[in-house]
Write a protein that binds this ligand. Structure first.
Ligand SMILES: [Cu+2]
Length: 220
């Protein structure tokens, strides 16, 4: 059918975005009417059935994404309550996802969550039962942002994923984003630098040649 054929180029693009597997995303952002290019949540509406919200521990839950870009700068933000438009608690320092496939953060943003609660004058006790939304953003080589969101309920008895459930795929890693002129060491142990500029830091397990390629690409 003509409409299907017309959509093919877009499907090709869509195949290169990312999925949010945990917490369970609001809905399929590859579906008709949704687009991961759209802030803040890919034009996917908030989960209406409270039973369908992922239960998250009060210290931050597990996060699993399935990325299909070779690398993407990744941000994980939280907005408390419902109808969130302000995802003002950044749960993790932005990091670089490298390698296509599944990437898991076991306990996402414990310290940032504590800090965010303090700033919002919310006690950990009153967090129990509170609804919130998690927003994951990926930025890849073109600089455009991709969005996915998940709706959660904080729950004191919710558990993190087990180690078996929280595993990175082969060749997939998350690493720090680092300044351009702090030459990363081949061992991946480069620390923070006070210099300026933006580039991609060394990830453990990647060879220096791969890194050089990544930095060169990032600077294009
Ligand atoms: Cu893509």
């Amino acid at each position: 059918m003509l409409s299907t054929i017309a959509l093919l180029p877009f499907l090709g693009l869509a195949a290169a975005h990312f999925r949010l597997l945990e917490p369970t995303w609001r809905g399929d952002s590859f579906a008709d009417g949704a687009s991961q290019w759209l802030w803040p949540c890919a034009n996917v509406s908030e989960t209406t059935d409270i039973a369908n919200r992922t239960q998250w521990p009060l210290t931050g839950g597990s996060l699993v994404i399935n990325g299909s870009h070779p690398w993407a700068l990744t941000y994980v933000n939280l907005g408390l309550s419902t109808n969130v438009t302000n995802f003002n608690i950044s749960l993790v320092d932005n990091f670089n996802q490298t390698g296509k496939g599944v990437l898991c953060l076991k306990e996402t943003g414990r310290a940032a969550l504590e800090e965010g609660l303090r700033e919002s004058n919310i006690s950990v006790e009153s967090l129990d039962g509170m609804q919130a939304s998690v927003q994951v953003i990926q930025i890849s080589h073109s600089g455009a942002s991709l969005y996915n969101c998940a709706d959660i309920t904080f729950n004191a008895s919710a558990a993190l994923l087990s180690d078996d459930e929280c595993k990175n795929g082969t060749g997939v890693a998350g690493g720090p984003v680092q300044n351009a002129d702090s030459a990363p060491t081949p061992t991946g142990s480069a620390g923070p630098s006070e210099s300026t500029g933006a580039a991609v830091a060394m990830m453990p397990g990647l060879g220096g040649g791969v890194l050089a390629g990544m930095v060169a690409w990032a600077l294009l």
